[in-house]
Design a protein around this ligand. Structure first.
Ligand code: COA
Length: 416
């Protein structure tokens, strides 16, 4: 089957997570992604948190599947020459170096555009160009703090908290992928490449937009009725951390189930959707709440919402998280068990859908990874192993017209 991005050639000048997540996604969908890595060492994640000596770490293998690896020292003149050849015949260059690194290497946007005016140059940086912090190097947690996630995550009596979800890294990569695909469609119309830039701060903030909504509501009315601080606690002039409260129009909370005393994940998330109040009362065996004025409306429930959650927890105390969800789903109540990584890794539905896949690897044996979360009716993206360092150097160089002797010479001077 022809994949939609087949024929799109991408120079993958990315490392760590934000950039690699973007190019991996494009590779799944058929793009020819050539990862350019420093000879001898490669992407730093090949060595980070290794679980098998001398084999690429999972951090690398899980973010670089379906790619080719070309080793190239782009600071050496001979390496620059190879890169220039590659640039002339590629559609996209993606990079997430620290600020100014590509310019220092001699490949500014102007130079790249001169070498190949049709090429799209896509970058991830911590902060957007011109921002007063645009000189900063940035990792995941820094971005979560700078983008508004940390100040609004966690409990009100604890410090700002980082989410386990890679809001700064992979999320930014997904934004960049959208930008690249948009620029490719734009090029079909204009024939011209362009620069696409995404900052990690902006990408985090984009996902925190409901918190900016809350800031404006707070400034107008002085309180936020869906937060646990309402109506008994105090609000300051900034959006507080709301614990596990639901962020939309319906209250929700993480509730204890049978076994919570010993199992730290014996919980479900329970949502009290306004129009589902009647089924909730029926599910809980509390039909008297349906028409009770103290419970009937969302407004009436809010002042004693934690007493309601307490009653639900009492109902949950003899049910496992899975048993509880099996009962509640029959009443159309939005809820889910709090799932562990172990449970997700072994979930037969996720295996069947290709969301969790097992990939054979030349050195590691097989490993688990997250496959495409995007499903298509006409294509099932196949996940193949990440490349070994320099695995495709000869193939890529031969494709650029280098002879075996040329390649030998480049190796001798450690340019590849
Ligand atoms: N050949 C020769 N040199 C190479 C090379 C190659 N193939 N690939 C990279 N380099 C050089 C770069 O030119 C640069 O050199 P310079 O600083 O002397 O100009 C250096 O290696 C890499 O620099 P940098 O990207 O700043 O690496 P770092 O390890 O110091 O910082 C980050 C890592 C992630 C903090 C930084 O890259 C960054 O802030 N990136 C943007 C934001 C981002 O994506 N962060 C999330 C990562 S998940």
């Amino acid at each position: 089957m022809t994949k939609p991005l087949e024929g799109v050639k991408i120079i993958d000048f990315t490392h760590v997570q934000a950039g690699p997540a973007c190019t991996q996604l494009l590779a799944w969908f058929g793009a020819d992604v050539i990862k350019v890595e420093r000879p001898g060492s490669g992407d730093v994640t090949r060595n980070q948190l290794r679980d098998i000596p001398d084999a690429d770490a999972l951090y690398f293998t899980m973010l670089n599947s379906n790619k080719k690896s070309l080793t190239l020292d782009t600071k050496k003149p001979e390496g620059k020459e190879v890169l220039e050849k590659l640039i002339r015949e590629s559609d996209v260059l993606v990079e997430n170096f620290g600020p100014g690194a590509l310019d220092r290497m001699g490949f500014s946007w102007e130079r790249l555009n001169e070498l190949n005016p049709k090429m799209i140059v896509a970058s991830v940086k911590g902060f957007s160009d011109g921002h007063h912090y645009d000189d900063l190097k940035v990792y995941e947690n820094v971005a979560q703090c700078a983008g508004g996630a940390a100040s609004t995550t966690g409990f009100w009596d604890g410090p700002p908290t980082i989410s386990a979800a890679a809001l700064g890294d992979s999320n930014t990569g997904m934004h960049l992928a959208i930008g690249i695909l948009t620029a490719l469609l734009g090029r079909d119309k204009t024939g011209k490449g362009q620069k696409v830039a995404v900052s990690m701060q902006d990408s985090v903030l984009n996902l925190c937009r409901v918190k900016l909504r809350d800031q404006q509501r707070l400034e107008r009315v002085g309180y936020l009725e869906e937060y646990p601080q309402y109506p008994h606690g105090e609000f300051s002039d900034v959006v507080p951390r709301g614990g596990n409260a639901g962020g939309g129009g319906q209250p929700g909370w993480v509730l204890k189930c049978k076994g919570w005393e010993t199992d730290p994940n014996a919980y479900i998330y329970f949502t009290i959707q306004g129009h589902a109040w009647e089924p909730i009362c029926k599910a809980l065996g509390k039909p008297e709440w349906i028409d009770d004025p103290a419970y009937k409306t969302a407004e009436a429930r809010q002042p004693h919402i934690f007493e309601i959650f307490g009653t639900i927890e009492a109902w949950l105390s003899d049910k496992t998280k899975f048993e509880a969800v099996d009962i509640l789903r029959k009443f159309d109540i939005p809820c889910a068990p709090v799932l562990t990584m172990k449970e997700l890794a072994n979930d037969p539905s996720l295996r069947a859908s290709g969301t969790i896949v097992e990939v054979p690897h030349k050195k590691r044996g097989s490993y688990l990874t997250v496959g495409s979360p995007i499903k298509f009716s006409d294509m099932k993206p196949e996940v193949t192993a990440s490349p070994l360092l320099g695995e495709h150097t000869d193939e890529v160089l031969a494709g650029l017209g280098y002879s075996k002797q040329d390649i030998f010479n480049l190796r001798e001077i450690k340019a590849v």
